[in-house]
Design a protein around this ligand. Structure first.
Ligand code: UDP
Ligand code: UDP
Length: 485
């Protein structure tokens, strides 16, 4: 056997298993590139649907020869994109259909002498570790069964994760389920955020009865994640100095590598665009429209890949935006509205204002948009990727959270980090107009917010630089993976 072959036999080989939704694929693919850049072999395992949508696979494998893409059936109709309503179906089909196939694949990849797999890959060493998305709990059972160490990448914020972890305590103390519906009632028993949260800021599933299947489903996840060897977070130490030590009291090994998209650029360089992980076609003409706008004048509105709006909500938002008088770039996905295209039609009274000041897109290169000098504010649903991308770009945020972790993130944006305004649980046109103006117009409030977000943007730059915490934590993770954890 050649020396090269021996070296490759001893190298680490990690299987990455993302949850099949955009906000989960993007950070996992950044992690994949970072590990491959350090010479680690990575098998990136997507469900068949997303595997097809990842059109940049070939370019990525050419750039990173140790990056292998594999797919696994998800038992969904070939053209079914995930929607927020189908996610639970996806999760159950992953459990029933994908789980046994994953077991077979792990057994095959773990074998030292498996010719069938070897013949299709470049000197790929046997599998030494699995990094799952933290919500793919079924994969923990499989990895344990096959005897392979398992780590989790948690794509939510550290503060949301910590809230999730404290939910069993809140139940024990009788704070959940809510005794009455006073949503502003303070929640004081989550260490590290004692004076911050109200009932309305808890993860959205806390609004359900605790015997609801979705609530139970999240409780299962909270329980299962305690079994992984380590957790990776897409945050940086200076963003969460109160929360990370709390998490460390219950989880003995954590790696903070955020912002992952920026760490990737810092370590690997800029030769592949941020769009490599996009599952949708991007409307790049919006960049030329932004070029034509004044510096700091545009509010960018994007609610991520899963959020749903009713026609009534859409209209309230639309009126509010037009009435604010600010130019806006708005991502309105066709699957964002319950019954499709006709709901997106522009009402007659909004036609002029939209033509004059608006650009409506199906999907945009969000990281590039946030970095554009014309963008002065970001109205977001507070998904964690969007939030950390906004922090990196130093753009003040207006938050309209809908689901799960977004409720916690928006509270942190508004009152924790003070880098934006929280508009949760409201959506009438006059509130929208008022909040957009408050975010975009000069004044003490905007100045304070701007100062704070600018400070975090600088701290984020330090975190991914050679002396920074995320950079060093990545080195540590690579070392641990090479030692097979
Ligand atoms: N979800 C799901 N199955 C899971 C985990 C999450 O269906 O195993 C759904 C959950 O109901 C939520 C969405 O996936 O609507 C996003 O989950 P999460 O908050 O964990 O991640 P995010 O996309 O907000 O980063
Ligand atoms: N995104 C994008 N173009 C868009 C809208 C969103 O590239 O037009 C990306 C965004 O940059 C982020 C991801 O989609 O990386 C959304 O993830 P997030 O966690 O914010 O929300 P989710 O989609 O999980 O609700």
């Amino acid at each position: 056997m050649s020396t090269e072959m021996e070296e490759s036999e001893s190298a680490a080989h990690v299987l990455l298993l993302p949850f099949p939704a955009q906000g989960h694929i993007t950070p996992m693919l950044s992690l994949a590139q970072l590990l491959c850049h350090a010479g680690i072999h990575v098998t990136f395992l997507s469900t068949e649907h997303n595997h097809r949508l990842l059109t940049q696979r070939r370019a990525l494998s050419a750039r990173f020869p140790t990056l292998h893409f594999e797919s696994i059936p998800d038992a969904l109709p070939p053209d079914q994109a995930p929607t927020i309503h189908s996610l639970h179906d996806i999760s159950s089909s992953l459990r029933s259909v994908t789980k046994p196939l994953l077991r077979d694949l792990l057994i095959t990849l773990a074998k030292k002498d498996d010719e069938s797999y070897r013949s299709t890959t470049i000197r790929c060493p046997p599998l030494s570790c699995v990094i799952i998305d933290g919500i793919m709990c079924f994969a923990i059972d499989v990895a344990e069964e096959v005897g392979i160490p398992v780590l989790a990448l948690r794509t939510v914020s550290a503060c949301s994760f910590w809230c999730y972890s404290c939910i069993p305590d809140l139940i024990q103390q009788g704070q959940l389920p809510f005794q009455d519906q006073d949503m502003d009632h303070p929640i004081r028993d989550i260490p590290g955020m004692e004076a911050l949260l109200r009932r309305r800021d808890l993860p959205s599933f806390c609004r359900m009865p605790i015997d609801h299947p979705s609530f139970k489903f999240f409780m299962e996840q909270i329980e299962a994640i305690t079994r992984v060897s380590a957790i990776i977070f897409n945050t940086f130490d200076d963003l969460d100095p109160l929360i990370l030590p709390q998490i460390a009291t219950r989880f003995h090994k954590i790696y903070t590598l955020g912002p992952l998209h920026a760490l990737l650029k810092s370590r690997v360089g800029d030769d592949l665009s941020s769009s490599v992980s996009s599952l949708r076609h991007e409307d790049r003409r919006c960049m030329a429209w932004l070029d034509s706008q004044q510096s700091g004048s545009v509010i960018f509105v994007s609610f991520g890949s899963l959020a749903k709006l009713s026609r009534v909500q859409l209209l309230e938002f639309w009126h509010g935006l037009i009435n604010s008088g600010k130019p806006f770039l708005w991502v309105v996905r066709s699957d964002m509205l319950s019954s499709g295209q006709e709901e997106r039609a522009t009402p007659v009274e909004l036609e002029d204002g939209t033509k004059e000041r608006g650009y409506i897109a199906e999907w945009v290169p969000q990281e590039e948009v946030l970095a554009h000098k014309a963008v002065g504010g970001f109205w977001t649903h507070s998904g964690w990727n969007s939030t950390i991308e906004g922090i990196w770009a130093g753009v003040p945020m207006l938050c309209w959270p809908q689901l799960v972790d977004q409720q916690v993130n928006s509270r942190w944006v508004g009152e924790g980090w003070k880098i934006g305004l929280d508009m949760k649980d409201t959506c009438d046109r006059s509130t929208v107009e008022k909040m957009v103006r408050a975010l975009m117009e000069e004044g003490d409030q905007r100045e304070q917010i701007f100062k704070s977000v600018d400070n975090f943007a600088k701290l984020a730059r330090h975190a991914v630089s050679e002396d920074g915490s995320s950079y060093k934590n990545l080195e540590k993770l690579i070392e641990d993976l090479n030692e097979k954890i």
